[in-house]
Ligand binder design. Structure first.
Ligand code: ATP
Length: 238
């Protein structure tokens, strides 16, 4: 389908002898927000890392806007318009907010546009605009997450992958981060968000996938999945 931004087909991922993903399939259409939920160890981060080219697939196919990216390393996947906000944020603590953000604009097209994109990021996160020269390591956890998201946006992605953006944040900061994600999606960027905070992710997603022990256990419209027995049992503990 021409409006498919991400297609994952029959994906297997291994860590040495241990297989973490088994035949995973996932699709994201243009402008869609998709969430991936599941209990600890289900393989959510592994899936994001495989899509982003951080960890290799051992079988199956990943394509981005029709281009096969299965065997590409991270920076080459980035060239297809994919940006990732990794678990734990991984910003550069001894560099300023500004330098962290500008590093995200490494692609040629993004570099050319970096001033305009930076203005958009500062508009989205005024707290960062007030702290451009502050060392990123001295920011609060929520502000560091804003830097991580801002840095990913600087690449002007068409697909943004977020791995546990709420992890370790105070509830009010989680609200801010999720407001930003909704705004990014409203700007037309396709979003895949992996979350332990299932209610939160389901609330903003169009569609959702439930992973369990490395397999897709259920998928469908987010509102339907929230009420499904599988989700209520395996991740909501109801
Ligand atoms: P969490 O929410 O706890 O982060 P997750 O759903 O993201 O869990 P993954 O981190 O993708 O799950 O882990 C999936 C499986 O792969 C787990 O069994 C985990 O132990 C294993 N695994 C993850 N990373 C590695 C690694 N670097 N080496 C070996 N096994 C790994």
């Amino acid at each position: 389908m021409s409006d498919t931004v991400l297609e994952v087909v029959d994906l297997d991922v291994r860590y040495g002898d241990a297989q973490a993903l088994w035949g995973v399939g996932l699709q994201v259409r243009a402008g869609e927000t998709v969430c991936v939920v599941g209990p600890n160890g289900a393989g959510k981060s592994t899936l994001v890392n495989a899509i982003a080219g951080i960890h290799p697939a051992s079988a199956g196919r990943i394509s981005v806007s029709g281009a096969d990216t299965t065997s590409l390393a991270g920076h080459r996947v980035g060239a297809h318009g994919v940006a990732v906000v990794p678990e734990g944020r991984r910003i550069f603590p001894r560099m300023t907010v500004f330098d962290n953000l500008v590093l995200g604009a490494y692609r040629r097209g993004a570099r050319r546009e970096h001033k305009a994109t930076l203005a958009t990021v500062y508009d989205m996160f005024p707290r960062l605009a007030e702290r451009t020269t502050q060392l990123a390591g001295s920011l609060s956890g929520g502000e560091q997450q804003m830097v991580a998201i801002g840095r990913a946006l600087m690449a002007r992605p068409r697909l943004l992958l977020l791995d546990e953006p709420s992890l370790g944040l105070a509830p009010v900061r989680v609200d801010e981060v999720y407001e930003a994600i909704e705004r990014i999606a409203a700007d037309g960027v396709s979003v895949v968000v992996v979350e332990q905070d299932v209610e939160r992710a389901l609330a903003i997603a169009d569609r959702a996938y439930l992973l369990g022990e490395g397999r897709v256990v259920a998928s469908g419209p987010a509102a339907e999945l929230r009420d499904s027995p599988e989700v209520r049992r395996s991740v909501l503990g109801l």
